[in-house]
Design a protein around this ligand. Structure first.
Ligand code: AMP
Length: 188
């Protein structure tokens, strides 16, 4: 049973690693960013509500994300484990997750902090903006998303470290080497 949270700034490679590991372990890869982007693309009521936040690189209000995650984690496929990518994004969301898991007798195994220097992040995100055309990978939004990460999400590193649940992984290496480091980190 694997239950992991991936922390790390946008462009740290957490999406890539989370998807790969989830596939190997045959457990769901749950990305709040992907769920939200899909809602926007499908123009659902949720999508219409959150579009401007995504465009500006702001966090979507907790209530919206918590409802979404409460629903997603209660699905059958999430019973045997999961990898969360992009959630929790602040301390209130982390506390909500604890409560939700506590109610069903589950817990998080590890929070993984993907460590990549800022200048590498900015280069990677610019490249992704060019290749994938993600609208929030523009220069200005990239900078803003990094600020939001530092202010709201980075404190979660200490939150999980204080509970002995943090593993740090050097994300500034090839995808294969990061995957190997990650595998080793969660096995030890
Ligand atoms: P990501 O794909 O994880 O980089 O997320 C893309 C965007 O979705 C973010 O910039 C936020 O606008 C929104 N988002 C994703 N996850 C969350 C979350 N846990 N809480 C609030 N907003 C989120």
């Amino acid at each position: 049973m694997t239950r992991l949270i991936f922390l790390g700034p946008p462009g740290s490679g957490k999406g890539t690693q989370a998807a790969q590991l989830a596939n190997n372990e045959q457990i769901p890869h749950i990305s709040t960013g992907e769920l939200l982007r899909k809602a926007v693309a499908d123009k659902t009521p949720l999508g219409l509500k959150v579009k401007s936040y995504l465009d500006e690189g702001e966090l979507v209000p907790d209530k919206v994300v918590l409802d979404l995650m409460g629903e997603r984690l209660s699905k059958d496929d999430a019973r045997s484990g999961w990898i969360l990518d992009g959630f929790p994004r602040n301390v209130a969301q982390a506390e909500f997750l604890d409560k939700l898991l506590g109610e069903v007798g589950q817990w998080t195994d590890w929070a993984i902090a993907m460590e990549v220097p800022d200048e590498v992040i900015v280069d990677r995100l610019r490249e992704r903006g060019r290749k994938e055309g993600r609208s929030d990978d523009s220069e200005e939004t990239i900078r803003h998303r990094l600020e939001v990460y530092r202010e709201k999400t980075a404190p979660l590193i200490d939150f999980y470290r204080a509970r002995g649940q943090l593993k740090s992984v050097n994300g500034n290496q090839s995808i294969t080497d990061v995957a190997a480091a990650l595998k080793q980190a969660i096995a030890s």
